[in-house]
Design a protein around this ligand. Structure first.
Ligand SMILES: [Zn+2]
Ligand SMILES: [Zn+2]
Length: 226
């Protein structure tokens, strides 16, 4: 059985993370994961990239944590894939299937209405899972749901309260949306880790999306001894 992290952060690219891409790759390898998607905060979120530098440099910074994790992953034997966590006024959308070259060509993603962002991602072959849709926090002014625009719902986020995760599952079930789960790990010392497990060995992020669409996976949720 292969276990994949779908949601984690690196200190190179997310301002709230303390673990580098290298540390995250080693951490997931030590926990027996087959692979991981690095999903740092997008350039409209809690990014380490300054707002006032050229777009190319900002994209470079967004991709840095992934690239470092991938370099380590290639050496130690854990698959590392790229994604990001796009933010709309505190609501977060894990975006999979698009790459650095795509970002370099699409600086307009920063200024789109959320519905237009979702449509663009889909038109270009991307996939969106709504991260912790019922998260409650001081900086989130309201709960926003886009049930016709998201491909899946993160029904387990290791960092969220049971009530918030239960609501996410109720939401997904009500609209017939597929599930994802993720750890939202920022520090490479988290005990509870979640993701997906599958008998398929995932080759790349496109294959990951195919697995989600096929339904040939289970939700993974485990508390590790520290
Ligand atoms: Zn964060
Ligand atoms: Zn996150």
């Amino acid at each position: 059985m292969n276990i994949y992290e779908t949601h984690c952060h690196t200190s190179e690219s997310s301002a709230c993370a303390s673990a580098s891409g290298d540390e995250q790759a080693r951490f997931y390898k030590s926990r027996g994961f087959t692979g991981m998607i690095v999903s740092d905060h997008f350039l409209n979120g809690n990014t380490t990239a300054p707002r006032d530098i050229p777009w190319e440099q900002r994209v470079d910074i967004l991709c840095k944590g992934y690239e470092n994790a991938k370099a380590t992953g290639d050496r130690i034997g854990i698959a590392v894939f790229f994604g990001w966590e796009y933010t709309v006024n505190g609501s977060d959308f894990l975006t999979y299937g698009l790459d650095k070259q795509w970002l370099l060509r699409h600086p307009e993603v920063m200024d789109l209405h959320p519905n237009d962002y979702f449509d663009l991602v889909h038109a270009e072959g991307g996939y969106i899972s709504h991260a912790h849709p019922f998260r409650e926090d001081w900086y989130i002014d309201m709960i926003r749901l886009f049930p016709r625009k998201c491909d899946a719902v993160e029904i387990i986020n290791s960092c969220r309260k049971p009530f918030e995760n239960d609501m996410a599952k109720t939401y997904a079930d009500s609209y017939g949306l597929p599930y994802t789960a993720g750890s939202d790990n920022h520090h490479a010392n988290q005990a509870r880790l979640s993701g997906i497990s599958t008998d398929e060995t995932i080759r790349d992020i496109t294959h990951f999306i195919e697995v989600l669409r096929s339904g040939n996976y289970e939700i993974y949720d485990h508390i590790y001894e520290q």
